[in-house]
Design a protein around this ligand. Structure first.
Ligand SMILES: C[S@@+](CC[C@H](N)C(=O)[O-])C[C@H]1O[C@@H](n2cnc3c(N)ncnc32)[C@H](O)[C@@H]1O
Length: 266
């Protein structure tokens, strides 16, 4: 399916289904973004997170980042996530780490956050803003829920120039590639919502590492799929391998990268 044919709701549910599958956990690991927990810690440093800070993790996925911020920094974290099974897995993770009193996961859409205005000291959104069909609306929601002086940190795929046609389809969209923006576009969304741009940091090396890991694991896992043991929801393994090869070429030629972007509510 092309992205023109896929309405916003279908894109979101495809994304939620894919990232709650066992196959993606085996491909990517426990943190569903380049750089893993180490990059989440860097994001926390840039946001100057402190014990007791109220943090919103938009599109919290398996909850790895939320649990890390609660257990190592003492933040109180709310994760908003579309997928019920990802929220369930995240709750189990929080309980296993003994931080269930400081972490909660709620059902919701980044474009209509189910939380009150001006309630958070910081918002994080890792490897997910690029997949939101309504980016201006998502940025306006971030602005709404931050307290005055609150900070937001996006960590996301970036693009320098146009992508080839094979990286513009549904699979590439949910794999965070097809609608990746330039750093200026991301900051433009945040700025138009009333947030003041801060630092940006390049972490493209982390993207290359993750892409290499995914490419090598794809071959092994697609063998398991032939034995009927593993499914990649709504996606074919051959399509996934072709897309990964094409994305790898764009990462190596410097067109696709990864960055942290920070902004502040006045
Ligand atoms: C690449 S994963 C990143 C998960 C997590 N932030 C991390 O870094 O480990 C993208 C996540 O975004 C969620 N998602 C996609 N669109 C969403 C939306 N509109 N609102 C809330 N969650 C969304 C998906 O279900 C998935 O868990």
């Amino acid at each position: 399916m092309s992205t023109e044919a896929a309405p916003a709701a279908a894109l979101k549910s495809c994304c939620a289904n894919l990232y709650s599958s066992e196959a993606v956990r085996l491909l990517v690991g426990e943190s569903f973004h380049p750089g893993g927990i180490e990059l989440t810690r860097r994001l926390a440093d840039l946001l100057d997170l402190r014990p007791g800070d109220e943090v919103l993790d938009i599109a919290s996925g398996p909850g790895t980042s939320a649990v890390e911020l609660a257990s190592s920094l003492g933040c109180s974290v709310t994760g908003v996530e579309l997928s019920a099974s990802s929220r369930e897995r995240a709750e189990e993770r929080a309980a296993a780490a003994g931080v269930q009193d400081r972490v909660r996961f709620v059902a919701g859409d980044a474009e209509r956050l189910p939380v009150d205005a001006a309630t958070f000291d910081a918002v994080i959104c890792e490897c997910a803003f690029c997949t939101f069909p309504g980016k201006s609306q998502a940025a306006a929601e971030i602005q709404r829920v931050l307290r005055p002086g609150g900070r937001v940190g996006l960590s996301d795929l970036t693009r320098r120039a146009d992508l080839p046609e094979e990286l513009k389809g549904l699979l590439a969209w949910v794999a965070c590639v097809a609608d990746a923006g330039t750093e200026e576009e991301y900051m433009g969304h945040l700025g138009s919502a009333g947030l003041v741009p801060g630092v940006t940091e390049d972490h493209s090396g982390a993207l290359l590492e993750l892409a290499e890991q995914i490419s090598s694991r794809l071959s092994v896992l697609s063998l398991a799929s032939q034995l009927g043991q593993l499914a990649l929801p709504q996606v074919g393994w051959a399509d996934a391998r072709a897309m990964a090869a094409s994305a790898m070429a764009e990462i190596r030629n410097g067109n696709l990268g990864y960055a942290i972007l920070v902004a502040r509510k006045p």
